[in-house]
Write a protein that binds this ligand. Structure first.
Ligand SMILES: NC(=O)c1ccc[n+]([C@@H]2O[C@H](COP(=O)([O-])OP(=O)(O)OC[C@H]3O[C@@H](n4cnc5c(N)ncnc54)[C@H](OP(=O)(O)O)[C@@H]3O)[C@@H](O)[C@H]2O)c1
Length: 350
């Protein structure tokens, strides 16, 4: 039985990878800091939880044991992390490092975390320019992409069969930042109007954890040193995302599509993009990767997980708290209610 070790395995990507591999007959070990985050179904299917804190070299060597057929690292953020991974990965048959599309740089030198939004000419290929490698704090807007590039380089220079995956906006059950919560919470609150900035035109490519998992299974069978974008086969706009969520949850709301010059506090959502950000996934397709599904099909998993958690299910504690600063601008309805009151209140419940 082939064995996989998934570092940072209890989050969105790790869970999806574990589920996919377990179903295909693999033995899977998943690491995390908090055993309470281990999904019951993954444990039930034979997945084994190992406690590991990023940076703990000795524990990582123990977890890797005599080698794994597949080593997937979802918590590799810096060159130091990458060097540590290499120490444990020498005996692995195939290694996957989860990087990010945040590494890409447009012609004017802007990236997705820059003050000026990037403007790419079209779908971004893996050989597109990236930010320069760097170190320092990775948990900053400037540091994140630079540290990822530095980590990628350490791994790709090692001569080992490392596949670097560059996902975009990840969705999946177990996500620490489940962006669709910005919509699901509104549905659960029974809101009958949905305001969307820029008429909901923003496109920032989505990446289903289940599609990352499908790609991981492919590279497990075809080890090699390479970089692959990882994204959904479609690239829905914010309006299409909102419609997929409402349709799945059986909710209707009036779509209020706001023009650019409306109050910037209105209609905010997590997929705003001044210019479309779309990843070219041809390189993955050339490896005979078949996506698990498009956005509307794959997002269902996260939506059902969020609804179950909101109803007090086993993952209730993983829901974003009411004062979560990431979600605050999307879920603060003060300005929205004023706007709706001015035009005569929220539409009646349907
Ligand atoms: N989410 C996105 O939209 C997105 C987009 C592009 C790239 N990425 C990349 O994808 C990877 C994250 O994947 P994900 O979205 O599945 O993440 P996630 O849902 O946030 O899960 C993170 C996983 O790592 C564990 N973890 C977090 N901090 C840790 C630490 N200090 N030491 C050990 N384990 C730790 C978590 O469990 P515990 O908290 O219990 O330790 C969990 O298992 C990252 O490399 C990120 O850069 C994500």
């Amino acid at each position: 039985m082939p064995r996989a070790l998934v570092l940072g395995g209890t989050g969105a990507i790790g869970r999806a990878v574990a589920r996919r591999l377990l179903a295909a007959g693999w033995a899977v070990d998943l690491t995390g800091r908090d055993p309470a985050r281990m999904p019951g179904d993954v444990a039930g299917a034979g997945g084994r939880f190992l406690q590991w804190e990023r940076g703990d070299a000795a524990a990582l060597r123990r977890a890797a044991g005599d080698g794994a057929d597949l080593l997937v690292d979802c918590v590799c953020f810096t060159a130091v992390d990458a060097a540590l991974l290499l120490e444990a990965a020498r005996e692995a048959t195939s290694i996957v490092m989860v990087s990010s599309k945040a590494v890409y740089l447009d012609a004017a030198g802007n990236h997705v975390n820059a003050d000026v939004p990037p403007r790419f000419d079209g779908p971004i290929r893996e050989d597109h320019a990236t930010v320069a490698p760097g170190n320092g704090d990775y948990d900053t807007r400037e540091g994140y992409g630079r540290n990822k590039v530095a980590a990628e380089q350490v791994l790709l220079d090692s001569g080992l069969p490392v596949t670097v995956l560059r996902p975009s906006k990840v969705h999946g059950a177990g996500a620490r930042r489940p962006r669709e919560w910005a919509l699901v919470k509104r549905v659960l609150d029974g809101r009958r109007a949905l305001l969307l900035a820029d008429r909901g035109r923003g496109i920032d490519h989505t990446t289903a954890a289940a599609n990352v998992a499908a790609l991981v299974e492919v590279v497990a069978a075809r080890p090699g040193a390479r970089i692959l974008n990882a994204a959904d086969p479609d690239a829905p706009s914010a309006l299409e995302i909102a419609r997929a969520v409402a349709t799945h949850l059986g909710h209707t709301w009036e779509e209020i599509l706001l023009e650019d010059d409306t109050d910037p506090a209105l209609g905010k959502h997590p997929w705003e993009a001044a210019h479309p950000i779309v990843l070219d996934t041809t390189a993955a397709a050339d490896l005979d990767y078949v996506p698990a599904g498009d956005y509307a099909t794959t997002v269902v998993e996260e939506l059902d997980w969020l609804v179950a958690a909101a109803a007090g299910g086993p993952d209730a504690a993983l829901l974003p708290p009411a004062d979560d600063p990431f979600f605050a601008p999307y879920l603060d309805v003060t300005a929205e209610d004023r706007f709706l009151a001015r035009r005569g209140g929220e539409p009646a419940a349907g």
